[in-house]
Design a protein around this ligand. Structure first.
Ligand code: CAA
Length: 258
């Protein structure tokens, strides 16, 4: 779509593929990238024909962080005054599923954006890190919170305090990524996974996503109650009738999102 300069957006049937596209800066995330991602994700969320999204970068870098050159000269009054990074909440407000497909560097804000996804598929070349401390700062797009939730205190603290990068295998062992695939197969594998999600009943996809995300916000009993109510609510959908009838009749379901 022509009106983006820092990202490439394609529609492949029901899957939207978004590629970060600032190769000269290893996909560093500046305000323009954020603004364009907000628009692309909002367009995806609003389009009933689109049912899953893949966000990826290049072979060398998913994204090497927030744009250091954009931040370098700013002072506290700038950062606090404009609430720098505030727009990322619009990306994480996406209701429909999306996957981060990570090859190469996912550092600082790059790692943080990957962690905003519903899950990460990693190429065997992926390297994750929160090196902000070396710049005299720290994660500012949710990294300290999401990394700790994903890999636990010990590894999150070590990564934030030393800036050490971890490779794909270590990231998978630690629970940061869902699956590691050969680099050459990353985008195809992500699109295949996204197509499988896109074929699911879309309201059930949103409900599943809301329920898993609630696990990171709610104590166990209210979380289970939230899950139960969503589960009951899905019995008000036509797709539940279709899904269960299709099982009983030994055929594939044909889901409409009603
Ligand atoms: N911001 C701005 N520009 C960046 C960038 C960033 N985060 N990362 C890389 N670039 C630019 C480089 O400045 C360079 O540009 P020039 O050719 O104009 O000099 C170009 O991308 C290529 O980078 P390198 O020459 O450094 O490539 P390399 O292969 O030698 O090294 C790298 C790769 C190890 C990823 C290295 O680029 C690097 O360390 N990048 C910075 C990583 C980092 O510190 N990220 C955290 C940023 S702060 C942040 O993200 C805050 C937050 O919480 C959100």
């Amino acid at each position: 779509m022509a009106d983006y300069e820092t990202i490439l957006v394609e529609r492949r049937d029901a899957v939207t593929l978004v590629r970060l596209n600032r190769p000269q800066a290893l996909n560093a995330l500046n305000s323009q990238v954020l603004g364009e991602l907000i628009r692309a994700f909002a367009a995806y969320d609003a389009d009933p024909a689109q049912r899953c999204l893949v966000l990826t970068g290049s072979e060398k870098a998913f994204a090497a962080g927030a744009d250091i050159k954009e931040m370098e000269a700013k002072v506290f009054a700038d950062m606090y005054g404009e609430n720098y990074f505030k727009g990322w909440e619009q990306v994480t407000a996406t209701r429909k599923p999306w996957i981060a497909a990570v090859a190469g560097y996912a550092l600082g804000g790059g790692c943080e954006v990957a962690m905003m996804a519903d899950f990460i598929l990693a190429a065997d070349t992926a390297r994750f890190g929160q090196p902000e401390i070396k710049l005299g700062v720290m994660p500012g797009m949710g990294g300290s919170q999401r990394l700790a939730a994903a890999v636990g205190k010990a590894k999150a603290m070590e990564m934030c305090l030393t800036g050490r990068m971890i490779g794909a295998e270590e990231a998978e062992r630690a629970g940061l990524v869902a699956r590691v695939v050969p680099a050459a197969a990353l985008v195809d594998e992500a699109l295949k996974t996204a197509a499988a999600i896109a074929a699911m009943p879309p309201l059930a996809a949103i409900a599943n996503k809301e329920a898993v995300n609630a696990a990171f916000e709610l104590p166990l009993a209210p979380g289970i109650n939230f899950e139960r109510r969503l589960f009951h609510g899905l019995f008000g959908t036509e797709d539940q009738k279709e899904g269960m009838a299709a099982f009983v009749e030994k055929r594939a379901g044909n889901f409409t999102g009603r």
